[in-house]
Ligand binder design. Sequence first.
Ligand SMILES: Nc1ncnc2c1ncn2[C@@H]1O[C@H](COP(=O)(O)OP(=O)(O)OP(=O)(O)O)[C@@H](O)[C@H]1O
Ligand SMILES: [Mg+2]
Length: 366
Amino acid sequence: MQSDASSNEPIIEINDVTKIYGSDVRAVDNVSLTVNRGEFFALLGPSGCGKTTLLRMLAGFETPTEGKVIIDGDDMAEVQANKRPVNMVFQSYAVFPHMTVAQNVGYGLKIDGVAKKEISARVEEALELVKLGGLGSRMPDELSGGQRQRVALARALIKRPSVLLLDEPLSALDAKLREAMQLELVRLQKTVGITFVIVTHDQAEALSMADRIAVMESGFVRQVASPAELYEHPTNRFVGDFIGQINLFSGSASPAGEGKVNVSAAPLSDQVLDGTATGSVCVAVRPEKVNVSRDKPADSNLLSIQGSVADIAYYGGYSNLYVDVGAADPVLAEITNAERGIGPGYAQGETVWVSWRPEDTLLFAE
Ligand SMILES: Nc1ncnc2c1ncn2[C@@H]1O[C@H](COP(=O)(O)OP(=O)(O)OP(=O)(O)O)[C@@H](O)[C@H]1O
Ligand SMILES: [Mg+2]
């Protein structure tokens, strides 16, 4: 989702930041990235890749071993967590069980010595913002999981931070509630205009919510881009494979002049493709870009391979066809079931052709 509110003015600058735990755990490895003011930014990657560690360094709960964190123009090296213009919502969304919703939300202001009258006005405003208006006198155990989550959000928002850091804020919710909360979080972020940095290991969550995403692996940032850019133009195999589904063929490439390479990746051979990667490479294509036909496609520009239908999975609106082409893995083609009652129209064991356009082919250096 592209935000109108986000600017190109950086609010967070992470410069060559490394975090080493003990003597040898490189949790975050030489990471540089910029988050813009008003942006909804996601840190995405598998378990243990360093997402929480990076977020905690922004919050001030961890100190970088090397490198610099700048927030709102100020170097954070000497700035304590409670003095930073950020607020963090933890994965466990801890709310105080013995306090009412209103007391929970107003707690931070009370600690800061804000006048009672102002606290109650701001609490009511914050509760309205997260759609909990009128529930201030409830106790946390009288709320649903999603409502408790929103209490934690209201508590973080009430202090009007420049940046809100959210560590897997929705992971405790069931799938349906989670999807509803994803939309609500985006709405909320656009309403308040605060910069959000959210940590998630759920790619669908990151794709649907964020303006930009940093994909992490083993402490490294592998690519920073918009959701559509990451999906359609991943710059390396890890990102292509981690985001969405993808067909991969390993092989080798040699220069063919003018920004082109000659690629052989079984069962594809001698394909001239756009690209610069040579040596060991990986050819890839997304399943929805792959066509299936009974006859060999007439268009000789297409990359086409003959195979046989190994499996068919019907999902209502679309079907996944797995076509055995003699490679390590079958080729996955996602077919839209546009015609009512027909399904994909192929039978297991049937001989078919899979094909796709050269411009839909991705090429990764290995
Ligand atoms: N306090 C610590 N001491 C030592 N090692 C740690 C510490 N905290 C994290 N690590 C290690 O640093 C690496 C990154 O951890 P981190 O919690 O940042 O990952 P993550 O991406 O948030 O994972 P998850 O998705 O499971 O929450 C892991 O290998 C982890 O074991
Ligand atoms: Mg984590």
